[in-house]
Design a protein around this ligand. Structure first.
Ligand SMILES: [Zn+2]
Length: 295
């Protein structure tokens, strides 16, 4: 059994023609239904995060500015990052969806959960939305848990926002595999924080087995040195070989292996969607990931 979190509000954050689009969730849900996996999951209702919960990682001025922009119909934080009139509500519920999952798993109602949330979060810094991200869903959940949390971020982009938030906070470890050099430009190996940041920059032409063994080595080291009580996955599927804006040569079945690597730590796992933009690849990649969460 794995919990599955989603919510219709996640579909209402949108901008015409933008690659970070509601269809991303729809193709995943449709594929999971067709493959029979949806029936093996227990649906878990998302909730709204409170402002105090979002303020565990974001400044209140920033939270207010997101709400304010949406109340006025939306706008753009940068060339990539849009808000419409529903984005604040969707982002509050995206954080809350991951919180609902960590509450359920923390309380022993299950061992794993997959949160199909939008907008994504890992580029959002304490004071700024960027890279399609408004609030850092996974970072809020990590602070909320108040235990030894390892965040594994296998999105093809480095999660600069998550790194910023935990750079001086050894209570949370952050392990990221990401294409290098690439957007957003952070994630060098020597960015180590308080010893709790493990960046694994990866060349674009990496072979799949080499990628998997780098991830495995990193996860095993985090397991040995940190002994996490809880694992959160910043689950981007944009390292998939045919992703239109990312790509790192991965095939859907690699996401099963990656999930197994993380689960070998033995800790409960809550995974939250970050990037992934191939409408034909998202479903098969999510299926393989969920098979690992269900195992
Ligand atoms: Zn990404």
């Amino acid at each position: 059994m794995a919990f599955l979190v989603s919510d219709p509000l996640y579909l209402e954050h949108q901008a015409a023609g933008h690659v970070e689009c509601p269809d991303r969730l729809l193709v995943i849900l449709e594929h999971l239904k067709k493959s029979g996996l949806l029936a093996k999951c227990e649906p878990l209702a998302a909730r709204d995060a409170s402002v105090d919960e979002i303020a565990l990682v974001h400044g209140r001025d920033y939270i207010d500015s997101v709400r304010w922009m949406c109340e006025r119909g939306g706008g753009w934080f940068d060339a990539d990052t849009y808000l419409n009139e529903k984005s604040y509500a969707a982002a509050v519920r995206a954080v809350g969806g991951v919180l609902a999952a960590v509450e359920a798993v923390r309380d022993g109602r299950g061992r794993t959960a997959f949160c199909l949330v939008r907008p994504p979060g890992h580029h959002a810094t304490p004071s700024r939305g960027m890279g399609f991200c408004l609030f850092n869903n996974v970072a809020v959940a990590a602070r909320f848990l108040q235990r030894r949390v390892l965040i594994v971020d296998w999105d093809v982009h480095h999660g600069n926002g998550t790194q910023d938030i935990f750079f001086d906070d050894p209570e949370v470890w952050y392990l990221s595999t990401h294409r290098w050099p690439f957007y957003p430009g952070t994630g060098r190996e020597d960015e180590r924080g308080a010893g709790n940041i493990m960046n694994i920059p990866i060349p674009e032409d990496v072979a799949r087995p080499a990628f998997l063994s780098m991830l495995k080595e990193g996860v095993e080291r985090a397991g040995r040195e940190f002994q996490p009580e809880f694992v959160l996955i910043s689950c981007g599927f944009d390292a998939y070989a045919r992703d239109p804006i990312g790509g790192l040569g991965l095939e859907p079945e690699d996401y099963r292996v990656m999930t197994d690597i993380v689960r070998s730590l033995g800790a409960p796992v809550v995974s939250a969607l970050e990037g992934g933009y191939s409408l034909e690849g998202l479903g098969p990649c999510a299926e393989q990931h969920l098979r690992g969460l269900l195992a």
